[in-house]
Design a protein around this ligand. Structure first.
Ligand SMILES: Cc1cc2nc3c(=O)[nH]c(=O)nc-3n(C[C@H](O)[C@H](O)[C@H](O)COP(=O)(O)O)c2cc1C
Length: 212
């Protein structure tokens, strides 16, 4: 019987490192559980992360390319999203950042609700500098009910982040997925310098915990 629908987003150019081992383990576990999944390998499909001027939500006739429309459809259908990527410069690889910029658009992943209800939004009222200045709108998440599992790898050991802070976790959990209403659990694989038996054991343990 097929259970949960997973969408795996893989953002690493390498097919032999820690991230690829995580991907293989995740697929193995999902196969065992007979869960349905699809992998989007951003480097393999040569995903273009550069957002164009026509795609900006400030423009009148905003464009959404076919590929990004397809991505949105896949995200809509998925119950759980699994992200696998290395931490680069305390953040995510640019290809994944661009994926968020172009796919998780307003109207799809979030929207802004006006602070002033439309009933009292008269033309006269809108002329007031006070009203127009402060009616920014409240962000409303549109992807509530979905869950995400994020596997992150870092070259540094966890102790370094205990000292320097975990901005790379906040940016994905709170500022990005959290903004869309997606509940997220992060699994951080640290000390990723050489893929030895200890690192492989650590990956297996984390993937087992995450998927089960
Ligand atoms: C461009 C680049 C930037 C990196 N920035 C960081 C960083 O900010 N913090 C860190 O701990 N490791 C950093 N690293 C190391 C990677 O996180 C590490 O090599 C990777 O997580 C190992 O996983 P892999 O075997 O799948 O490549 C960086 C590596 C590269 C190539």
């Amino acid at each position: 019987m097929n259970n949960m629908k997973y969408l795996i987003i893989y953002a690493h150019p390498d097919s032999e490192g820690h991230c690829s081992t995580i991907l293989s383990e995740v697929k193995k576990r999902l196969d065992e559980k007979k869960d349905e999944y699809e992998v989007i390998d951003l480097y393999k499909i040569k995903y273009d992360p550069v957002l164009t001027e026509e795609e900006l939500y400030g423009v009148k006739q905003r464009k959404l390319t076919n590929i990004n429309k397809q991505m949105q459809e896949k995200i809509s259908k998925a119950e759980r999203i699994i992200l696998i990527y290395p931490v680069w410069w305390n953040s995510m690889p640019a290809i994944l950042k661009g994926f968020f910029d172009r796919v998780f658009t307003s109207g799809f992943a979030f929207r802004y609700k006006p602070v002033i209800p439309s009933m009292i939004r008269t033309k006269l009222l809108m002329r007031w500098a006070f009203v127009t200045k402060f009616d920014y709108g409240i962000p409303v998440p549109l992807l509530r009910g979905k869950e995400a599992i994020v596997f992150l790898t870092t070259g540094s050991p966890k102790i370094a982040f205990f000292i320097n802070g975990n901005r790379f976790k906040k940016v994905i959990k709170r500022d990005t997925l959290g903004f869309f209403g997606i509940k997220t659990k992060i699994y951080h694989i640290d000390n990723c310098r050489a893929l030895n038996k200890y690192q492989i054991a650590k990956i297996k343990k984390n993937v087992k915990r995450a998927i089960n």
